[in-house]
Design a binder for this molecule. Sequence first.
Ligand code: UD1
Ligand code: CA
Length: 455
Amino acid sequence: MSQRSCLSIILAAGEGTRMKSAMPKVLHAIAGLPMVAHVVKAAEAAGATGLALVIGHGAEEMRKAAQKFAPKAETFVQETRLGTAHAVLAAREAISKGYDDILVMFGDTPLIDAGALTAARQKLAAGAAVAVIGFRPPNPTGYGRLIEEGGRLAAIREEKDCSEAEKKIGFCNAGMMAVAGKHALRLLDQVGNSNAKGEFYLTDIVEIAGAEGLDVVATEASFENALGINNRAELAEAEAIWQARRRREAMLAGVTLIAPETVYFSHDTEIGADTIVEPNVWFGPGVQISTGVTIHAFSHLAGTTIAANCEVGPFARLRPGADLRKKAKVGNFCEVKQATVEEGAKVNHLTYIGDARVGAGANIGAGTITCNYDGFSKFFTDIGEGAFIGSNSSLVAPVTIGKGGYIASGSVITESVPDDALAFGRARQKTIPGKGKELRERFASAAAARKKAAE
Ligand code: UD1
Ligand code: CA
């Protein structure tokens, strides 16, 4: 089948009013990726070589977004929404390029699985002219019903056009179908709009193909595959299903999730075997984790790379550009941004490391801050191998701490420190014997005098 060329036409012209959003419906995200981009991924995984995106509402925003998630897609504008067949025909120019298979998909059906698409394409490879993806929803109301006769699909009847008997059919149209490229335009051009909604229904090509004596079949996919998103409650439902799938996949690939239902992945999270993820961890986009890593509870990661055997959290915040090398540790209430923490370095408590390098084996004391921003520009802090930064120090960038450098606690470091040097950047301590007691007595008698005066 891999030799067969395939065009995926993704319908996304709808307004999606029930989302109550300024943004086009299909750009709302699941696992951090627009739902229509999930559809694109499934199409590609099913072997689509061409992509046509039919847009209408919010066309400019859609075009701009598509450049990111589907740079090779051609976009076609459907000016007025006259039905799904009319929408497919907006991509006439793409269809007429002559693909073997045409896959029609919906931009608001993000959980469609490549396997369901491949199964439909296989029917085309075996000679069918149209293969419709069917499913059995718990409640069929609102869906088109698949009317089968002798193992072949005779028609799809939209709910509004169904007889009482047809409404009892549980096998429904998921919406998506595969159509043989050589028949597609001829079939679509015969679709009329004499139905309850006065729309040009894509589903009508089933009867049209049947009348031409062509072979039309239905395949069956799971309910999730056909879950269409119309409002934000359904968006959350799809997110939950996506997360459940991804967690299971991670666990089967050797990742321990202690409380899987509390761990959130992004569409592109990569996580290696023997990594342990404690409860309530959030993986934003762009996270890559190697093997044997421990992510303690309540950590928040995005745009981060973590090498083998590192330890993170609890309550760590790793922001874009954080790059932890082997066996590095970033502990509780630490934030790391655009910084490399080299092999075996430790950033264990209450620290901010931004725009910096922490050399191998260095130890960053509690409360250390890299002061990277002057309100206008960002500056770099370079901490050498094996350096020791005493607790509660401020490293005012740009600044370099040499290899093996030693910073006294509570320092404000504004000048670079050479290798193996010790730097103090704080006032010297003065200790006056007996003065504490004297102060205490003086303050106590002053307070007593004030109290008496107030009486
Ligand atoms: C469609 C199917 C129905 C199926 C259901 C599954 C048809 C005629 N009916 O019904 O059998 O059970 O999906 O969810 O196909 N769109 C456009 N332009 C248009 C019309 C629609 O781009 O002119 C897009 C919509 O944005 C949406 C998709 O096509 O993404 C489906 O359209 P919708 O109106 O939701 O179809 P349904 O009535 O749900
Ligand atoms: Ca719909």
